[in-house]
Design a protein around this ligand. Structure first.
Ligand SMILES: CC(C)(COP(=O)(O)OP(=O)(O)OC[C@H]1O[C@@H](n2cnc3c(N)ncnc32)[C@H](O)[C@@H]1OP(=O)(O)O)[C@@H](O)C(=O)NCCC(=O)NCCS
Length: 257
């Protein structure tokens, strides 16, 4: 009987965490860790095994959310170790009031996860004041149609498509870049802000950079600069965006958790 069951359900030794890649991100200089993870291999015990604390809100959530949170925080732990091997060895990255990750003093960082991949980017606050990362799977034509007017303007779409990007890649890039900007600026703005406050105003395909420009009103209201450089990478079926930099000449507003 046991033998028969074993044949029907062979034991599969799958690893939750798959390939891990750490690098100093070209173009931005931030420390970037990418972890593949296998949702089907997730078990709650992995939190202990991987040294990640499970917050109550995560314990109450569905396994998919637990798995992506775990993979993201595991990537964060590796990134922090890479950044300062001794100082951040046992540091846990907490959860802020609007789901924003809480980084140790002296560190700025960001997390994203999608489709079995978690990424984390960190930097010293001496080098960057703000940092946001986002990864998105390239949108289908149907999703593009649904979200185009919510996340972008006609000018933005024309700019990107005019430079040779397909509509699907253009829209995914605009979306991802704006999400990375949101994560980068949230600690300063400390409130939700929509896609309409930023516009892609320049695209440099060879350098894989673009410029996001905040509306004058929003920037002035939050004492923020208007322009932000975003570095993007296109994978087989995904796009990653990193927006980071220094607030030059803006000493009066400090990012707080
Ligand atoms: C919060 C938000 C950015 C998450 O993006 P997403 O594509 O759904 O999911 P991702 O996997 O890329 O990112 C999730 C991670 O973002 C981080 N995040 C969530 N809220 C955040 C916030 N307020 N500030 C900074 N980072 C945040 C978290 O680390 C989260 O992972 P975790 O919960 O496991 O820690 C998105 O849902 C959202 O609400 N966006 C606001 C609207 C917007 O982007 N406006 C554009 C302005 S130009």
């Amino acid at each position: 009987m046991q033998e028969a069951a074993a044949k029907i359900m062979p034991r599969v030794d799958r690893q939750f965490i798959g390939k891990v890649h750490s690098e100093v991100h070209a173009g931005t200089g931030v420390c970037l860790v990418t972890c593949e993870f296998d949702l089907a291999s997730y078990q709650p015990e992995l939190f202990v095994e991987l040294g990640v604390a499970m917050p109550e809100s995560i314990a109450r959530s569905v396994p998919k959310r637990q798995a992506e949170f775990l993979a993201g925080r595991y990537a964060a732990a590796l990134a922090l170790q890479h950044l300062a091997p001794v100082r951040h060895q046992d540091v846990q990255v907490g959860i802020g009031e609007k789901r924003n990750p809480l980084w140790p003093t002296g560190v700025v960082g960001s997390i994203s996860h999608v489709d079995g991949m978690a990424v984390c980017a960190v930097s010293h606050t001496a080098d960057k004041d703000y940092l946001g990362i986002d990864v998105e799977v390239v949108m289908s034509t149907r999703v593009c149609r649904e979200v185009a007017r919510i996340v972008s303007t006609r000018q933005e779409r024309e700019l990107l498509c005019g430079l040779g990007l397909s509509e699907r890649v253009a829209l995914t890039l605009i979306f991802s870049a704006k999400e990375s900007l949101f994560k980068a600026l949230y600690p300063s703005v400390r409130d939700y802000f929509g896609f309409e406050v930023a516009e892609v105003t320049e695209l440099h395909l060879e350098e894989q950079t673009l410029v996001l420009t905040l509306t004058e009103r929003f920037a002035a209201g939050h004492k923020l600069p208007q322009d932000y450089q975003c570095q993007f990478t296109q994978g087989e079926h995904w796009i990653q965006s990193v927006t980071c930099g220094k607030f030059h000449g803006r000493a009066n507003l400090k990012a707080v958790p």
